[in-house]
Design a protein around this ligand. Structure first.
Ligand code: ATP
Ligand code: MG
Length: 672
């Protein structure tokens, strides 16, 4: 049984810059049920190795980094040429399994079609229009990927060429990515919700030779004219020789003779066989731009070899997938979450997955829960933002559907407020399912801090570094913070799916991630986030380094104050920023979006302030509360504190191309 919720205000001392105060103490613990533990993939591995203690196992894997990852590389991937060397680490550049050869597409498809899995369903593709459902077996994907790969070759695409992909959440997106991987072309996927300009900028930056898009797709009952947008974006991109267009909606589209080619025409006469090119492990698999929450998006390069190992291993251990699971990662393939955990890892593991084209609120807020009921989804992975959206809409939507097929839940993308965590477990997880809160980044390529099915959980904590990940919380000088303290998240050891470079910008690669601790610890990766470790060594991600609030010498993680706001029953969402103050350095300003139907009153503001003060201590009490209809977010659903702060301070808001709701920025009052 979980203990009663208890937040405790703690006293802090003025610390060094990296240190953050510890305000929130969550004392609820959710032990994993015995049945979950005993059948779990990780537990079975531990039994084989003679481990009985989770902490001991996690530590051993980091102390024996190469032995561990070498074993995982052979367990989770098939190699064309086996590797002898696991790691060549010349900080800040790592080569994983450098003397092997491997193909990603072989691992996702070719190897399965040689087995009984050939006719297993790989994707249940749910279109937005109700009843528009397509099933794709591994064989279907194999055939379509081969034909498209041959089509790309016929257009002169070669190994190392970049191909930009601007497609919605349909299996053809996954097919296009694997077709590139098959012939060694480097894909650069751009989220289909991005504007023409955002697409064009990324195509030009990557100097892609081919653009792949579709006529249009469905969003909230309407069609989005994606081909027209793509045209506008690439109008002045001289590198693009051809554009391939998949027919999705059948709507009219502009046509560029000589450049455009229909997908179905391109593949019509192509062979359904195509060699999966064995690649050097350090060859690039893709470039992906980060969501751009903190500024200009960064073009992150990922390499084939390590990436064939990290995603399937972490998916298998954290979400414990079994042959008969129905996996649903409800992110978009346009983000790293979708690259790793909708496309590559689940296919490598031979899993059945859901791919949903549309919006969660179409035709109503019950759509997700209907999909779970209709297809017997067993494991659901989503974001805190989506959970808060469902919380705001009310639990009655989920109540209408039978969600009893679910056996495990997960989240990613932002610190999850304990309140949202509890709501998720109670209303979606029948008050009994464990929730895997996975901390990771475009740069890490896979989960890095995360529970396992065997881990006791605390709501709001991503718990511990995963096996094979050296993650620490360090102060300014590079010393680990004591238990109970806060500081910078640092990865102390390389990991297989790590970023290899920054597209066309080696200096920014060095300065963003490695320079900070270079003098004392060359090779320590600075993640850019803050966390604290509690008395049990659990990690609590407190937010971005730049977002940390500094009140009277105390550095306070914005996520804790936001979580305290959200734990007030009427508040649906909150974003906190620091406003310069002569006396205190900064005071905290909270922007709160209220639940449907709640009246915005001065009394409510007072009540929220008092509540936060009681929860976290007076120091964290916002000096002002502002009600907003909506909190500005990126298209990946992350709260944009940088922009909120600039707007509130009357400054230029800077880069906004990654914003999903610009009208929410206009509604932020200027308060200086
Ligand atoms: P940019 O680096 O351009 O600002 P971004 O960081 O928003 O973009 P992503 O790589 O998609 O782009 O997001 C990674 C970030 O998301 C992490 O650094 C962290 O701040 C946040 N995050 C992801 N998962 C979690 C989690 N489980 N708990 C807390 N924060 C998380
Ligand atoms: Mg980032």
């Amino acid at each position: 049984m979980a203990e009663e919720k208890k937040y405790k205000a703690v006293t802090y001392e003025k610390g060094e810059e990296a240190k953050t105060a510890v305000l929130m103490e969550e004392t609820r613990v959710f032990e994993p049920p015995k049945e979950l533990v005993e059948q779990s993939n990780v537990w079975q591995w531990m039994q084989k190795k003679g481990f009985t203690d989770e902490r001991e196992m996690r530590k051993w894997t980091v102390d024996h980094l190469e032995e561990f990852w070498g074993e995982m590389a052979n367990e989770y991937a098939d190699w064309d040429v086996p590797f002898k060397t696991v790691l060549d680490w010349q900080p800040p550049y790592a080569k994983w399994f450098p003397d092997g050869k491997i193909s990603m597409t072989y691992n996702c498809l070719d190897r399965h079609v040689k087995t009984w899995r050939r006719n297993k369903v790989a994707y249940i593709a749910v279109g937005e229009p109700v009843d528009d459902v397509r099933l794709f077996t591994f064989w279907d994907l194999y055939r379509e990927v081969n034909k498209l790969a041959n089509g790309l070759k016929s257009l002169g695409v070669e190994k190392g060429d970049r191909v930009s992909i601007y497609l919605p959440m349909i299996p053809e997106l996954s097919i296009a990515m694997m077709a590139c991987a098959k012939i060694g072309a480097v894909h650069s996927v751009v989220f289909s919700g991005f504007s023409a300009k955002a697409y064009g900028d990324r195509v030009k930056d990557g100097e892609s030779v081919v653009s792949i898009t579709c006529d249009g797709f469905w969003r909230r009952g309407k069609t989005v004219p994606l081909k027209a947008q793509a045209d506008e974006g690439i109008a002045d991109a001289p590198s693009v020789r051809n554009q391939i267009i998949y027919r999705r909606t059948g709507q009219d589209i502009p046509w560029n003779e000589g450049k455009d080619i229909w997908w179905h025409d391109l593949i019509k006469d192509q062979s359904r066989e195509c060699e999966s090119l064995p690649m050097d492990p350090e060859d690039r698999l893709y470039i992906l731009y980060t969501s751009g929450t903190t500024g200009k998006p960064k073009g992150i390069e990922h390499a084939v070899g390590g990436y064939c190992v990290g995603p399937p291993q972490t998916l298998s251990w954290v979400f414990d997938l079994k042959e008969d699971d129905v996996w649903w990662c409800a992110a978009d393939v346009g983000w790293v979450t979708g690259h790793s955990y909708i496309v590559y890892a689940p296919l490598q593991l031979g899993m059945t997955g859901i791919m949903y084209e549309g919006s969660p609120d179409f035709p109503d807020m019950g759509r997700w829960w209907k999909i779970i009921e209709d297809y017997g989804v067993t494991v659901l992975y989503t974001s805190p933002t989506a959970i808060r959206m469902h919380m705001r809409a009310g639990e009655e939507w989920a109540e209408k559907y039978n969600l009893s097929s679910l056996r495990l839940l997960g989240t990613v993308g932002e610190p999850i407020n304990p309140e949202a965590w509890i709501w998720y477990r109670k209303n979606i997880g029948a008050d009994k399912l464990q929730i895997m809160d996975t901390w990771w980044q475009t740069e890490t390529g896979t989960f890095a801090i995360s529970p396992l099915p065997i881990t006791p959980l605390k709501p709001g904590s991503a718990t511990l570094p995963l096996p094979g990940f050296g993650v620490e919380v360090l102060d300014e000088k590079g010393e680990p913070v004591p238990l109970g303290g806060g500081g910078n998240i640092v990865q102390t050891k390389p990991w297989p799916a790590m970023l290899r470079a920054f597209w066309k910008d080696p200096e920014r690669y060095m300065s963003t991630y490695w320079e900070y601790y270079w003098d004392t610890h060359p090779g320590y990766y600075l993640a850019g986030d803050k966390a604290r470790k509690d008395k049990d060594g659990y990690f609590w991600v407190q937010g971005r380094i730049d977002d940390v609030l500094n009140v009277a010498g105390h550095r306070i993680g914005n996520s804790e104050v936001e979580s305290a706001c959200v734990s007030y029953p009427e508040v649906a969402e909150a974003a906190c920023i620091g406003k310069p103050d002569e006396v205190k350095g900064e005071v905290i300003i909270a922007f709160c979006a209220l639940k449907a139907g709640v009246e915005e009153t001065e009394d409510l503001k007072k009540a929220i302030r008092t509540h936060v003060g009681e929860d976290l201590g007076k120091i964290a009490m916002p000096s002002e509360i502002h009600f907003v209809a909506d909190v500005p977010k990126t298209r990946s659903g992350k709260i944009m504190r940088r922009i909120i702060k600039s707007k509130a301070m009357g400054k230029d808001v800077g880069e906004t191309s990654t914003l999903s709701n610009p009208e929410a920025v206009d509604a932020i009052p200027t308060i200086v």
